[in-house]
Design a protein around this ligand. Structure first.
Ligand SMILES: Cc1cc2nc3c(=O)[nH]c(=O)nc-3n(C[C@H](O)[C@H](O)[C@H](O)COP(=O)(O)OP(=O)(O)OC[C@H]3O[C@@H](n4cnc5c(N)ncnc54)[C@H](O)[C@@H]3O)c2cc1C
Length: 377
């Protein structure tokens, strides 16, 4: 079988790549090891449409997120994907946090985030009376999205333009021969299938480093090695739901290692708290990654109670766990997305997408556009 573009991984980013690829007239195949799409990170996240305030100016994350935020609401409207531009507050809880809040505000302005405002305590409390803060940044362009619908819409678009998806097919190895890629796939019965393609997009999410390694790339030298970092969520039961109408975030941790345990809402108004951060030891098998560890309940309560005082410990119920593909294990600084075409490594037409953590859901379409901008050059 010979195909123009093979995409490895049917998460939200791989599916967006498939939609863009097929729209451009390439014969397109996505292969996915699971029996369905979006079983890993793409269905275990906060479902927030980010604004682009956090990321270093000039980074891919900043540029793609601001562009994505500008485009996503209209594009989702056209595709019948549910979104709500509910807006968000980032709060300085005490006066000592004001300087940090203003630094973040200036970064947002520099990144071109739309509609930013600095609010005093009374202005913030006019829009969110239950929140305790000294001051806040208001981000009217932040919103929430139904990620499952977004993935389905990419599949519909890809299929309408002729793309095919193979579920239960794992990419196990690949090499370049006579100007083509020879890709080895294994199906659920252990049968090996060979596919030839002109281009390959590695959208393997948590395992994108392993996929790159299977093309013979030295992932330590390339700085592609991924470290798995999980985050838990608690949902808030009962009366507290519908009490807030914006997303509420504390200030991010130093060097943006995490954006802090925040309060989000879903389309029914149900509140979710999280995620926290915990690196997973290599010895923990994938089957254990998503087990909920309830020992963190008090830590969550204490973090959120500081800015949402009516929260009670009993309001918290264990919800979901998501895992981030982090490019570095030590907690030093934020890492950018990698979107690399690998001609320099002797692998022309192979694009590796590495470290596609947050805001990868928001940026899925822009990442796909970027891939084809690079391939068409
Ligand atoms: C806790 C958490 C909260 C987040 N919150 C947000 C948010 O609010 N907003 C936002 O914009 N982003 C958020 N993100 C980030 C966002 O969820 C991810 O960036 C996005 O889902 C990544 O999509 P993906 O397609 O790259 O990866 P995935 O969804 O992980 O998909 C990769 C796919 O590749 C497949 N695969 C891997 N190896 C192989 C192989 N060898 N052969 C075949 N298939 C393979 C996997 O099975 C998987 O289905 C969050 C992430 C986490 C963890």
């Amino acid at each position: 079988m010979e195909i123009d573009v093979v995409i490895i991984g049917a998460g939200v980013v791989g599916l967006a790549c498939a939609a863009e690829s097929a729209k451009r007239g390439y014969s397109t195949l996505i292969v996915e090891r699971h029996e369905s799409f979006g079983q890993d990170t793409s269905s275990r996240n906060s479902e927030v449409i980010h604004s682009g305030i956090y990321y270093p100016p000039g980074s891919l994350k900043a540029r793609l997120c601001v562009e994505a935020n500008h485009n996503i609401y209209n594009e989702c409207d056209r595709a019948g994907v549910w979104t709500r531009k509910c807006g968000k507050l980032i709060v300085a809880i005490v006066a000592e946090e004001q300087d940090q809040l203003e630094i973040l505000y200036r970064r947002g302005i520099e990144n071109g985030v739309e509609g930013l405002q600095l609010l005093t305590q009374s202005m913030a409390n006019k829009i969110e009376p239950e929140i305790k803060c000294f001051s806040a940044i208001y981000l009217p362009s932040t919103g929430i999205i139904d990620s499952h619908q977004l993935m389905k819409s990419y599949i519909v678009e890809a299929k309408e333009n002729g793309a095919e998806i193979g579920f239960g097919i794992e990419f196990v190895g690949g090499e370049r021969k006579k100007g083509q890629y020879k890709l080895h796939m294994k199906d659920t019965n252990g049968e090996v299938v060979e596919i030839e393609s002109k281009y390959v997009i590695n959208s393997g999410g948590l395992f994108a480093d392993k996929v790159a390694e299977r093309f013979g790339i030295d992932i330590d030298k390339a700085e592609y090695r991924l470290h798995h970092n999980r985050g838990h969520y608690y949902s808030v039961s009962g009366l507290k739901n519908n009490i807030i109408s914006h997303l509420i975030y504390p200030l991010p941790h130093a060097h943006l290692v995490s954006i802090g345990i925040h309060m989000t809402i879903d389309r029914s108004g149900r509140m979710k708290l999280g995620p926290d951060m915990e690196y997973l030891y290599d010895s923990i098998p994938e089957s254990e990654w998503y087990k909920f560890d309830d020992s963190r309940r008090e830590k969550f309560f204490n973090s959120v109670h500081r800015y949402f005082p009516s929260l009670k410990l009993d309001d918290l119920s264990p919800d979901q766990v998501g895992v981030r593909p982090k490019r570095k294990g030590s907690e030093d600084n934020i890492k950018d997305f990698i979107i690399n075409e690998e001609s320099e490594k002797g692998l022309p037409g192979l694009v590796n997408l590495i470290g596609i953590e947050s805001p990868g859901l928001t940026c899925s379409r822009e990442i796909a556009r970027e891939v084809f901008k690079i391939l068409n050059n």
